[in-house]
Structures are given as structure tokens and as C-alpha cells.
Design a protein around this ligand. Structure first.
Ligand code: GDP
Ligand code: MN
Length: 344
């Protein structure tokens, strides 16, 4: 099992923020965030800077559907030696596509709300999920970048990480890294799997021979769930944390898949999240050996944790998954991932 423990720790002058011949990989930290979330963003930055990035100085790139305030810019830059940059999302990446029918959207939102689907009535939430699914890597500011680490406001990082995780991704030929693996609310994605099945029938050649389809379609572990999601286990990598290679999102396979989903309308008529969309694509179209569990990165996005059993960690109880109600443990999909990805 490829634990990164043995790899070279490359800290030093070549990682200085302005190093001419920097040892940094072509990668960035990436955050879609609102001005109103400044303080929560600063908390996330503080954790990631102190546990990892102060050793490597990877740049921070902030994205927003409106202009960032001066205060946002000043206070975020003050948290790091690394370079920060601020980018507005172009309207053509954010606006609701022309083929979405407003009446149908309103009607669906009502039904989703009755079914207690979280955020269903918030238009911008749907837009955010669509942007994270199929738009962010098309932003002009990211065109020359290959890898990113997605960081949300109000998350925590608990453990010292001494190696360059982007170099690890590259040297081990990884496409995607995750920390938390969950079941989703089937009511957010009733037609995601049926649409995916249709897409697979049209493009059987896109399915990777070493895929993780079993993880996506297991019907034994939580039968009602898989039934409600029409064949999808709802297992997904929790995408508020992602370390990934954008080459996969930029491939023809993924572009075709995203366009198919986008046309089907489920980002608005249902509440498809970028987590299930990314995860279904990875589970079908990518080699499962190129997906890595960063078990060593202590992480929390309320209400779930990834708390390593070993390592230099502060504030993370080893092995903890949630500190919420015990039923939240039912949401842990790691056992299925280990089963189908053949990890121990
Ligand atoms: P949750 O994690 O699913 O509860 O959703 P969040 O509210 O945390 O949103 C996910 C990410 O998208 C966070 O980084 C938010 O800051 C960001 N986000 C969500 N909606 C918007 C929006 O309308 N504008 C901007 N700029 N960022 C948004
Ligand atoms: Mn969040």
C-alpha cells in the first residue's frame, strides 16, 4: 500500500514564495468563496498554512461570482507568504443555462423542499454545484495549472504533513485524492444514475477496465438507499476536500459526460451535487488505482472527520468519523470503497 511516508521531504529554499526555479509542481490551492465567508476562510487558511503550506508556499486562488472586497483580499493575503490571486467567475460559467425551464425549476424546487432536500430552494447552491462539477477548471486563470487542492471556508486541518502532496500525486500517477467517503441523500439524485446508464450505453468505450463500478452500484449494504437512487449506492468522495489532476476533468470523456448531465437538467430540476457527479465519473471512467485516500491528512468539514490513527495531529481524536449523532456514522461509505477498490 503506497503510504507517502517514505518519500523525500522537499522543503527548503526552492520552495520560497518567489523562487526562480521553484520545485513546486504546477498546482494551486483553490477556493470558491463569498465575501461574507471571510472569517471562516481565514480559519481554513490558518490550519492549512500551519500544517502544510508554509513549507511549500503553493499559491492560493480565490474564485467568486462577484468581485472580492478589498478587505477580503487584504486579510487573506495576510495569512500567507504564498501568492494570493482573486478571480471573478464569468457569467457564462455561472448563469443558469438557457435550456433550463424556469417554471419547471420552480415546481421541482417545491417538491425537493417538501422532501426536505437541503438547500433545494437556493438557486445559487445549484449554480455552485454545477460550477464545481463542470466549469471551474475552464476558468482562464486556471488554464496553465494541472493540479489543485480545493479548500472551503470553515474546514479544519489537524495534522502536520511534511511532504509535497502535489509531488506525491504526480510521482504516483494519481488523478484524485480524497479524505472522506460518504453516502448521499438519494432524494438529491434520483435520475443521476439512470442518466449515467444512458450515457454508458451510448459510450461503452469510455468505461475503464479497472473501474470501481461496484462501489457505485452496491445494492446490499444499504438496499433502500440504492433503490431510491435508482441503482446508485450514493457513495461519493466528499468534494469539499479534493486534491486532483484537472487533466481528467478536461478530457473528452468527462466533457461528454458533463454535457450529457448538464443537458438532462438535474443540476436544477434535482439537486445533483458536484461530489456525486465527480465520483460517478471517477468510479466509471478512471483507473481506480489512480484514486488515493489521503488517510494521513486530518480533516473536518462539519459534521465529518478524517482523523488519522498515526501522525502529528492536534485536536483530532484518532479514528473519529463524526462528533454528531451516532446515526451519522451510517453515512460512512469507506467500507464499500475498501471492498471494491481492494484496499485493506
Ligand atoms: P455545503 O458544504 O454543501 O454545506 O455548502 P457551502 O455553503 O459550504 O458551499 C460550498 C462552497 O461553495 C463553499 O466554499 C462556499 O463558499 C461556496 N459557495 C456556495 N455558494 C456560493 C455562491 O453563491 N457564491 C460564491 N462565491 N461561493 C459560493
Ligand atoms: Mn461547505
Amino acid at each position: 500500500f503506497d503510504e507517502p511516508a517514505g518519500i523525500l521531504h522537499r522543503t527548503g529554499p526552492e520552495y520560497a514564495p518567489d523562487a526562480q526555479n521553484s520545485a513546486r509542481i504546477n498546482a494551486t490551492l483553490l477556493s470558491l468563496v463569498r465575501n461574507s465567508e471571510l472569517n471562516d476562510m481565514l480559519r481554513s487558511m490558518r490550519d492549512l498554512e500551519s500544517t502544510w503550506n508554509h513549507k511549500f508556499n503553493y499559491p492560493w486562488m480565490f474564485f467568486n461570482d462577484e468581485e472580492f472586497s478589498q478587505e477580503f483580499k487584504q486579510k487573506t493575503q495576510a495569512e500567507t507568504k504564498a501568492k494570493c490571486s482573486y478571480h471573478v467567475v464569468p457569467p457564462e460559467h455561472w448563469d443558469i443555462p438557457s435550456w433550463i425551464n424556469e417554471d419547471l425549476y420552480q415546481e421541482s424546487a417545491k417538491i425537493l423542499a417538501e422532501n426536505k432536500v437541503q438547500y433545494a430552494d437556493q438557486k445559487s447552491y445549484h449554480q455552485m454545484c454545477r460550477w464545481n462539477s463542470g466549469m471551474f477548471y475552464k476558468h482562464p486563470a486556471l488554464q496553465d495549472f494541472q493540479y489543485y487542492w480545493r479548500v472551503e471556508p470553515k474546514v479544519h486541518f489537524f495534522c502536520d504533513i511534511d511532504y509535497d502532496v502535489f509531488r506525491f500525486m504526480r510521482d504516483h500517477n494519481k488523478t484524485y485524492g480524497f479524505t472522506i467517503n460518504l453516502f448521499d441523500d438519494p432524494k438529491t439524485v434520483p435520475t443521476l444514475w439512470p442518466e449515467t446508464t444512458r450515457f454508458m450505453a451510448a459510450h461503452p468505450e469510455y468505461i475503464h477496465p479497472n473501474n470501481a463500478q461496484g462501489w457505485l452500484t452496491d445494492a446490499e449494504h444499504w438496499p433502500e438507499h440504492t433503490q431510491d437512487a435508482n441503482g446508485y449506492s450514493t457513495c461519493h468522495f466528499w468534494s469539499n476536500f479534493e486534491i486532483a489532476d484537472m487533466t481528467f476533468w478536461r478530457s473528452k470523456v468527462y466533457e461528454d459526460y458533463f454535457n450529457h448531465l448538464d443537458r438532462a437538467g438535474g443540476f436544477f430540476y434535482e439537486r445533483w451535487g458536484d461530489a456525486p457527479v465527480h465520483s460517478v465519473a471517477l468510479g466509471l471512467f478512471e483507473d481506480k488505482n489512480r484514486i488515493h485516500w489521503f488517510r494521513d491528512i486530518g480533516y473536518q468539514h462539519i459534521p465529518f472527520f478524517n482523523c488519522p490513527k498515526r501522525g502529528k495531529c492536534k485536536g483530532c481524536v484518532a479514528g473519529r468519523f463524526t462528533d454528531g449523532e451516532s446515526w451519522l456514522n451510517d453515512n460512512d461509505c469507506r467500507p464499500l470503497w475498501f471492498k471494491y477498490a481492494h484496499m485493506d
